[in-house]
Design a binder for this molecule. Structure first.
Ligand code: SAM
Length: 422
């Protein structure tokens, strides 16, 4: 590994000049022309403008400014927003139709010390998260309104507990692992070291009060408004799964098994989209998660089943087994153990396994994919996989046949369909 000393000859002026002044005009032009006809529902164009706007900020900022933004605001933003959620600040700010409010009045309602709250709110306003309407007076923005939605806001306190500590441990952990992926010599991940536990990340998360609920909320929130695998134009559900499926009235064989499906956001959507799909719909996950799912009043057609996927799959010969964002949590070795149990349950020529995950492109991966790749590294020493990685895991190692890969428009995720070879 090279050290910082090797590059000490670079003049400090590089850190004080905009990163890429020459790119600025072009990016401004792109943003202006793309924005002319931009509508709130034109996600494709909006994402292009957003990418250019991010590039513009980067081009204009000096390296020194970027460094300060990273080091001073990455952690404080997450922390200040978590404080806002936990104190009920964002909910309170919506009272009286979101009219501007003075800090002492808000502090009294929240039971917080006024000067301390003023500092937090001043920070949130300086970052653009709330609006500063006067001296010690603030109003909500569309962003802070969304923080009052539990599905969105609860991700912050949970992220402070579960994501940030392990992520910040990564440099030390990687150094001690000799810059090799996965776990250290004692088999621990950065997450386990940061939290002082030998429990795997899910057992640890579910040992904390309320965390199972926050975690599953975040799973659902992170894909809100994005294309779903069962949507028209993504994966042809009728052609690949429904046509040719046995009517299980007599046999009781399942039509769809959502393996490690959390509290059922996916299978619930499937039930709504395909109310006439033949056969049983079964949601499987660990006991704590299934207990949470049982409180949510899911459609009675969805059966809840406690199942540890490192053990034998009890539902044999289902038409469809599917795992959404599951295998990225596990190393190849562990993924193979999970896949073996499903493969053993599959009926050759009939059952299909759907794996819905990121398929990292060989070049030009999006930041959402590369960020979760590092988060997986931190949690369990696992990874997001490229198509080559997926094919090696599924075809060479697990003995499955990949029968197709589908990706929806503007979707980060792809659906990999597999069959049992024999
Ligand atoms: C990243 S989440 C994905 C959940 C869901 N499929 C989704 O897309 O939102 C991984 C899921 O794996 C479940 N899980 C972890 N270990 C498991 C095990 N040994 N057996 C069954 N499920 C497990 C977790 O409880 C969690 O719901």
């Amino acid at each position: 590994m090279g050290s910082q000393h090797d590059s000490a000859s670079i003049d400090v002026s590089v850190a004080l000049a905009p990163c890429d002044l020459e790119a600025v005009l072009g990016l401004v032009g792109n943003i202006a022309s793309l924005s002319k006809d931009l509508t709130a529902t034109d996600h494709e164009t909006r994402l292009k403008v957003l990418a250019d706007a991010r590039a513009l900020v980067q081009a204009l900022e000096t390296p020194r400014e970027t460094m300060l933004r990273h080091l001073w605001t990455n952690g404080t933003s997450t922390a200040a927003l978590a404080i806002g959620v936990e104190t009920g600040l964002f909910v309170h700010m919506l009272q009286n139709n979101g009219a501007p409010k003075k800090v002492p009045e808000i502090a009294e309602a929240l039971g917080a010390e006024s000067d301390l709250l003023a500092r937090i709110m001043r920070y949130l306003a300086s970052m653009g998260y709330i609006a500063e309407t006067g001296i010690n007076e603030f109003a909500p923005t569309n962003f802070s309104k969304a923080m009052a939605i539990p599905l969105i806001g609860n991700g912050y306190p949970s992220g402070c507990r579960l994501v940030i500590p392990g992520t910040l441990k990564l440099p030390e952990h990687m150094r001690e692992c000799g810059y090799r992926p996965s776990t250290d010599t004692s088999g621990l991940s950065a997450f386990q070291r940061a939290n002082g536990t030998t429990l795997d990340c899910f057992s640890y998360i579910y040992s904390l009060p309320g965390e199972a609920e926050y975690f599953s909320q975040h799973m659902a929130a992170s894909r809100l408004g994005t294309p779903r695998w069962m949507d028209v134009g993504f994966y042809p559900v009728a052609r690949r799964l429904i046509h040719g499926a046995d009517d299980d009235k007599d046999s009781g064989v399942a039509f769809l098994v959502d393996v490690a499906g959390s509290t059922g956001h996916d299978i619930k959507a499937f039930r709504q989209e395909y109310p006439d799909a033949p056969g049983r719909l079964v949601l499987q996950d660990l006991p704590k998660v299934i207990a949470t799912a049982a409180t949510l009043g899911l459609d009675p057609k969805i059966e809840l089943m406690e199942h540890d996927f490192f053990t034998e799959q009890p539902l044999k010969g289902a038409r469809t087994y599917y795992m959404h964002r599951v295998l990225h949590d596990w190393s190849d070795e562990e993924a193979l153990r999970i896949l073996k149990h499903i493969k053993d349950a599959m009926r050759p020529g009939y059952s299909r396994l759907l794996i819905i995950e990121n398929v990292i492109p060989a070049k030009g991966a999006r930041w959402e994919m590369t960020a979760t790749d590092l988060i997986m590294l931190m949690f369990t020493g696992a990874k997001e996989r490229t198509e080559t990685d997926w094919r090696a895991l599924l075809e060479k190692s697990a003995g499955l046949r990949v029968t197709g890969i589908w990706t929806g428009t503007n979707s980060l995720e792809s659906l990999i369909e597999c069959e049992r070879v024999s």
